[in-house]
Design a protein around this ligand. Structure first.
Ligand code: BYC
Length: 469
């Protein structure tokens, strides 16, 4: 079904024919807009931004580009088209027809997962609230705003499911999604990473590389769900998510590129000299990577999880790209797990979080390889690398086990003493913050980041992507 933009809430779910649901969502809409005004991107209300808006959900022509005032952005409800005769692809209900309504006995589990997913979307907008004030270019400012409006739309996606399928509980949860706030001591966001401040653009690029990639994997696993409306909404969200990871990968790549240019200009790799030259030294980039990667690893939950086992068994949440596996039931399969106590064999269903985490780590490695190729081509020895998944964990078997970044157990005293070598310390943050100066002349870039290879939608890099008015 095509997207109807003539309605107050654009949608392709035939909202006009469900007046109760339409009224409930129209009641939530002003609250969302108030939240956006207060917590969304600062100083953006008067700006015309070159944004991509969905006009259809098919693979070809879903995106249309044009200048939009962000408060007028048409956040709406878009589900990927239905796959006829779709069946459940995993777990105890393997092969049975998918559900168009939530089965009563799975209601609270589904609600918990949809709320957790929904909570991350506004959380990330809140985390990025102030970044516009220090944007390195108009191109980057536009990308930040694009990411923000799409996270806002992803919130709409989950709120639609809550309103349409969970009655009064769902409506209450939708309200709560706007009343928890990132970093709030009394009402924080649900998952750890979404309460970490993102106060500089290096963190923003790391977040979009590592944390949005968790989004990719979680959405892929929910796109397998037996609850068809959830699967369809996640399939469409994934098309938007890809741009966020592009922002992260190219963002970090451009920082590395500028650093390598600076190293060439000064004829050396001394970190302090690189800093004096106005670029971010490679060891600092590594420390930022360590921080956001380890925090994002926790987002997959515990290695051994009865929640994960029951989500898989009951058809709520599969594995990303479930069709790549041969066994979709995993009734008595086992999984070899490395724990601080040694190797343990656990039921595969219980280890589904770890299966996903391992696929995620492989995916993270691809970008690191590309950044290292840049460093190698520039003739330098240093290589960026992902720390061990045992390092600095707060969730799961390795939580609170002191190890070094290679995953070797060490004493707590050494762990605490050496932490500033491994993740950004105050001096690193102060330095990175000192670089964050707003650049808003079309085509100009801040001195710590290289220009992108190309502009948005084949436009020039010096196109005025944001008219600040
Ligand atoms: N922080 O059995 P366990 C995205 C809680 S990102 C705090 O180990 P389970 C995006 C857990 O909630 C993708 N708490 O794990 C990216 C549970 O608490 P309750 C977001 C944590 O349940 C960038 C308890 O520990 N989507 O889209 O198997 C920008 C025991 O849980 C954490 C999803 O996460 C943590 N890191 O799996 C914008 C998908 N980890 O319920 C957007 C939906 C665990 O006992 N969520 N806990 O009070 C899920 O599938 C699961 O909730 C999790 C955890 C994978 C998160």
């Amino acid at each position: 079904m095509s997207i109807n933009y003539s309605e107050r809430i654009p949608n392709n779910v035939d909202l006009a024919n469900d007046r109760t649901l339409q009224r409930a969502l129209e009641h939530w809409q002003p609250r969302f807009l108030d939240w956006w005004k207060e917590m969304g991107p600062q100083d953006s209300a008067a700006a015309d931004v070159y944004l991509r808006t969905a006009v259809g959900v098919d693979a070809q022509g879903w995106a249309s580009y044009g200048a939009v005032r962000m408060p007028d952005y048409r956040w709406g409800i878009f589900l990927a088209d239905r796959t006829p005769d779709r069946t459940i692809g995993f777990g105890d209900h393997f092969g049975e027809p998918v559900w168009q309504q939530v089965p009563g006995e799975l209601r609270s589990q589904f609600r918990r997962i949809i709320v957790t997913q929904g909570d991350t979307e506004p959380a990330s907008v809140e985390q990025q609230h102030r970044l516009g004030r220090t944007c390195p270019s108009l191109y980057d400012l536009r990308n930040l705003f694009q990411v923000n409006v799409e996270e806002g739309r992803h919130l709409w996606a989950m709120v639609y499911l809550l309103h349409a399928h969970f009655g009064r509980d769902g409506r209450e949860e939708a309200e709560e999604l706007l009343s928890r706030h990132s970093g709030d001591v009394d009402k924080p966001r649900i998952l750890g990473t979404f309460n970490e401040p993102i106060s500089d653009w290096l963190s923003f690029f790391m977040f979009t590389y590592f944390t949005d990639r968790d989004g990719k994997f979680q959405l892929k696993s929910l796109a397998e769900s037996g609850f068809d409306p959830l699967a369809r909404t996640c399939r469409f969200m994934l098309t938007e998510e890809a741009h966020h990871m592009f922002v992260g990968e190219t963002g970090v790549g451009r920082v590395v590129k500028r650093t390598l240019e600076a190293m060439k200009e000064i004829g050396g790799d001394d970190p302090q000299a690189v800093r004096n030259h106005g670029a971010v030294d490679l060891p600092t980039i590594q420390r930022y990577m360590n921080f956001w990667f380890t925090s994002s690893l926790d987002l997959f939950g515990s290695e051994v999880s009865s929640n994960a086992a029951s989500s898989f068994a009951s058809g709520i949440k599969g594995r990303p790209d479930e069709t790549q596996y041969e066994d979709h039931v995993c009734g008595d399969a086992t999984f070899a797990l490395e724990t601080p106590q040694g190797q343990e064999s656990v039921s595969l269903r219980n280890a589904m979080n770890e299966v996903m985490r391992q696929s995620y780590i492989k995916d993270c490695e691809l970008g690191i390889k590309r950044w290292n190729m840049q460093i190698q081509r520039a003739g330098h020895e240093l290589r960026l690398c992902l720390p061990s998944p045992r390092f600095r964990r707060s969730i799961g078997a390795w939580a609170n086990v002191p190890t070094d970044p290679q995953g070797r157990p060490i004493s707590r005293e050494e762990y605490e003493r050496r932490m500033p070598e491994w993740i950004p310390g105050e001096a690193d943050r102060d330095f990175v913050h000192s670089l964050m100066k707003r650049v808003i002349e079309p085509g100009k870039m801040a001195g710590w980041i290289a220009p992108p290879d190309r502009g948005i939608n084949n436009l020039a890099i010096d196109y005025e992507y944001v008219k600040l008015n």
